[in-house]
Design a protein around this ligand. Structure first.
Ligand SMILES: CC(=O)N[C@@H](C)C(=O)N[C@@H](C)C(=O)O
Length: 597
């Protein structure tokens, strides 16, 4: 008999990420951006056939795909080598060509909306207003544009337009927990939520007519709910809370007068449908744990992209919004049965001050487990670790490592006040929640105190560095992936349109100097005694290369064991499969080096 060897590391990375998808008005073509040929490109499928064919050869991150409803093109958006400077192009349905629509080197263009006839493009850009952004309406026929909104107060983004384009909705982003929504109505600005002096957020919005709009907000509450705004009378009304968790996205089915609402419940998502006529809210089963994108077809079909811990990104269709989900893509880990992958357990533990923290515990299968536990603080920090497929996690689990990923204070999906707990406190409460996670794992017998490793990306990289500096005794080796090493330089180096949020998000380097020093990883250089691997994308605009350079140089000067990988053609993530494979194989080799003794 032929016997197959244990899966190679490459197999775990020959998994596909889907970044975006869109369906045309006839629902005869679906486009999606994926890295299935080694870098991100747009692929098409002629529904009901699901065999994909290539549409672009650009090999770059895609930031959006939007069909013009009554016209024969799509607006697509790409950056360059991870720089996040998204440019807008028109692409015919057969692909091949990208015609620049709004492009400018060094600037970002955020797609807003296309008019139904495909003649007007609403978009927000950093051009001419790098800090607060401007929103324009670009006339594709005449190649002229009109400025609609001059951003002010905070980064100001287009959010929605009414069907006849009489009213525009937009948001001002003052902080991740303080986002207000407005209408631009006959030249007048109208705030959507009443002013009660308390910070809250307004997120998704949908016009269901010229005079009606629905929005998601946590105005006056801790969890995000559905609300209605009467455009004519300028009246805000709460509609309904999510039965579990909080609403996170809103999608309108015009012909059937329904709203589809996804809701976040800590580590997973739920889906609901709200009838605008019957005023009923019903729960819907989905084939995924985490919903990444929803699109409603003209036929009433629901298209959903999502993932589970044991299944990579896939797209599904629910014809007529009812019945069974049909799978449109079938991406898997090649050659590895789903049963061989690890689905995490949800655990909860009390932190140092009694606050309950939820965490995902991925336990390596008994036949492979090597006794080591990897501690993974997630990025964001206002994000969360969820039941979503990560190729790196499943590779490490397959090699015997277990993983603990705590949703420390500040994480999303646990309400506004929980999310606020990291603001102005990057390094105390969240750090102790992480320390408590490890104490808990040891106390419960889930971890051997001499066999713990640490790894994180972005804010998670910052936390890994800080934990290394302040609690080195817990760990054997540390991996930092584009982590913030110095809060003083970080707040100065972020993109311009993030700067208005820095004071509330991180703090003020002058007035909060003592706190910044206390919470800055590089302060604790002398106690970073464990071997380290640092990984950085050269074009990362969020956590710039200087953050990794400075800690690596300082550690090297001290003679510490530090390895450094810089990816010249990447930003805050990996857009080229070759890079992803090389980096994650290096992570595995690094851990193997320090666990084999
Ligand atoms: C302003 C903001 O919250 N940005 C986050 C989305 C972000 O990119 N944070 C970095 C630091 C990360 O942890 O990923």
């Amino acid at each position: 008999m032929i016997s197959f060897q244990k899966p190679k590391a490459e197999q775990f990375f020959q998994t596909t990420v889907i970044q975006q998808f869109a369906v045309n008005a006839e629902e005869s073509q679906l486009m999606f951006s994926s890295n299935m040929n080694g870098a991100f490109n747009i692929w098409g499928m002629d529904l009901p056939h699901t065999f994909p064919y290539p549409l672009t050869f650009i090999n770059q991150n895609c930031h959006g795909i939007h069909y013009a409803e009554n016209s024969d093109f799509a607006v697509v958006s790409f950056d360059e080598n991870g720089d996040e400077n998204s440019q807008l192009y028109a692409m015919p349905p057969e692909g091949g060509q990208l015609v620049p629509l709004r492009t400018e080197e060094g600037e970002r263009h955020f797609f807003g909306s296309l008019s139904e006839d495909g003649k007007r493009l609403y978009y927000t850009t950093t051009r001419d207003n790098a800090t607060f952004l401007n929103t324009y309406c670009y006339d594709l026929e005449n190649d002229t544009e009109k400025k609609l909104i001059e951003g002010s107060g905070g980064a100001t983004y287009f959010a929605a337009r009414s069907p006849e384009e009489q009213t525009i909705a937009f948001i001002r982003h003052f902080a991740n927990t303080y986002v207000l929504g407005y209408l631009l109505k006959g030249g007048k600005e109208v705030q959507l939520t009443p002013d009660n002096g308390e910070q809250h957020t307004v997120s998704d919005m949908a016009f269901t007519g010229e005079k009606d709009m629905y929005l998601l907000t946590n105005y006056g509450e801790d969890f995000t709910y559905l609300a209605h705004f009467d455009v004519e009378n300028e009246q805000f009304t709460k509609v309904i809370n999510a039965p579990e968790g909080e609403f996170s996205s809103l999608h309108f089915d015009k012909d059937r007068k329904k709203l589809y609402l996804s809701a976040s419940l800590g580590v997973e998502d739920l889906l609901y449908v709200y009838s605008l006529e019957g005023k009923t809210l019903d729960n819907m089963e989905t084939p995924v744990d985490v919903i990444e994108q929803i699109t409603i077809g003209k036929s009433g079909a629901v298209y959903l992209m999502g993932r589970r811990a044991v299944e990579p990104f896939n797209i599904f269709k629910l014809a007529d919004g009812a019945g069974d989900w049909e799978r449109l893509t079938s991406f898997k880990v090649p050659g590895i049965a789903e049963e061989s992958l690890v689905d995490p357990d949800v655990i909860r533990y009390p932190s140092y001050d009694g606050l309950e923290i939820e965490a995902l515990y991925f336990k390596a299968k008994p036949e492979v487990e090597n006794g080591y536990l990897i501690h993974w603080p997630h990025g964001g920090p206002q994000a969360s670790e969820r039941k979503m497929f990560r190729a790196l996690f499943q590779l490490l689990l397959n090699r015997g490592y277990s993983i603990i990923a705590p949703n420390f204070r500040g994480s999303t999906g646990y309400g506004l006040s929980f999310m606020k707990m990291v603001e102005g406190d990057w390094g105390y409460g969240p750090r102790l929640d992480n320390v408590k996670a490890i104490d808990y794992m040891i106390e419960q017998g889930y971890a051997d105190k001499d066999k713990i490793l640490l790894m994180g990306g972005s804010y998670g990289g910052y936390m890994a560095l800080l934990l290394h500096g302040r609690h080195a005794d817990y760990y054997k080796a540390v991996v930092d992936i584009f982590g913030v090493s110095n809060l003083f330089s970080f707040v100065e180096s972020v993109p311009e349109h993030w700067k208005p949020v820095m004071k509330q998000w991180v703090g003020d380097p002058e007035t909060d100097k003592a706190k910044f020093t206390e919470d800055t990883p590089i302060t604790y250089l002398d106690s970073m005694t464990k071997p380290m691997l640092v990984i950085q994308g050269a074009n990362d605009p969020r956590v710039v290369k200087a953050e990794s350079d400075q800690i690596v140089e300082a550690l090297k000067e001290k003679g510490a064991a530090v390895e450094y990988i810089v990816l010249e053609d990447e930003g805050h993530g990996f857009s080229k499969k070759e890079n992803e494979i090389n980096v994650y194989k290096s992570v595995l080799a690094f851990f193997e080096k320090y666990t084999k003794n």
